[in-house]
Design a protein around this ligand. Structure first.
Ligand code: 6PG
Length: 259
């Protein structure tokens, strides 16, 4: 593993720690291991661990690793509270459901308490109502620290268009400051999404951004080039806690010190 830079500020985004791995297997192991460490630390400190899981393809193998040796036995499952960064407006058993993916890859295979699994009810025909209910869920189940609910860990992927969670370029949710969770029409996908907003993501104690594959190299190149003009949603992140990047070699191909 190579650590590229620590705590540099690139444009608006403080980069934090950037870890690059030779392949996706090493990347997945490192992320699983870092999740376990964060969980153990949070439980030792506060008696519980609140994590927001992302969807997409990249985290699937990480979720699958977490129920295997050695991670399965290292995770404090009984004290772990599961949330989601975003959801597609489909029922939970739909192939596109982020909950569905995490459930089959991990949640149904580990001794989590059912009442500690908080999914976004995105099958609701009124996405705004579902977003409002999820905001209430956060208020109720994620401990408030300094005015806002604070996750111990938020996992984020990044799209080739620079979106994180369901914060897509050109959408109104990017400017949302009042709501913790919002529904947003994503015109290019012709669908509604429900997503955590920047204020609650930024407020997390830890954020991990995970990216694998050469198709992510160009967007990461621009993010790490540090232009002051934020072009991509990922550049709008202003983490108040720790930010760590976990990249495989292909995703990091165009990063300054990887050339
Ligand atoms: C989703 C996500 C989304 C995802 C990125 C990266 O619901 O799709 O939460 O933000 O993390 O699109 O997705 P991949 O891992 O599939 O590239």
């Amino acid at each position: 593993m190579v650590t590229l830079f620590c705590s540099a500020r690139h444009g608006g985004l403080r980069l934090g720690k950037v870890n690059v791995f030779p392949n996706s297997e090493a990347l997945n192991h490192a992320v699983a291991s870092a999740i376990v460490k964060c969980a153990q630390h949070s439980v030792a400190l506060r008696g519980r661990f609140s994590i927001a899981l992302s969807g997409g393809e990249t985290p699937r193998s990480i979720y699958q690793l977490l129920h295997q040796v050695p991670f399965h036995h290292q995770m404090p499952w009984q004290q772990t509270h599961i949330f989601f960064t975003d959801e597609r407006t489909v029922p939970p058993d739909h192939k596109d459901s982020n909950f569905g993916m995490a459930n089959s890859a991990l949640l149904s295979r580990v001794p989590l308490l059912q009442e500690n699994i908080h999914r976004i009810e995105a099958e609701d025909p009124q996405p705004k109502a579902a977003a409002h209910r999820y905001a209430e869920t956060l208020e109720k189940f994620v401990p408030r620290r300094h005015q806002l609910p604070q996750f111990d860990l938020v996992l984020l992927g990044v799209g080739t268009d620079g979106h994180v969670a369901s914060l897509f370029p050109g959408t109104t949710i990017l400017q949302e400051t009042a709501q913790l969770v919002a529904a947003v029409m994503v015109e290019k996908l012709k669908t509604w999404r429900i997503s955590l907003t920047f204020p609650v993501i930024n407020h997390a104690d830890n954020i991990f951004i995970i990216a694998a594959g050469s198709e992510k190299a160009s967007v990461l190149e621009e993010v790490f080039a540090g232009n002051s003009q934020a072009k991509f949603p990922v550049q709008q992140l202003q983490p108040e806690g720790n930010l760590s990047w976990f990249l495989d070699k292909d995703a990091a191909l165009k990063l300054p010190s990887s050339k």
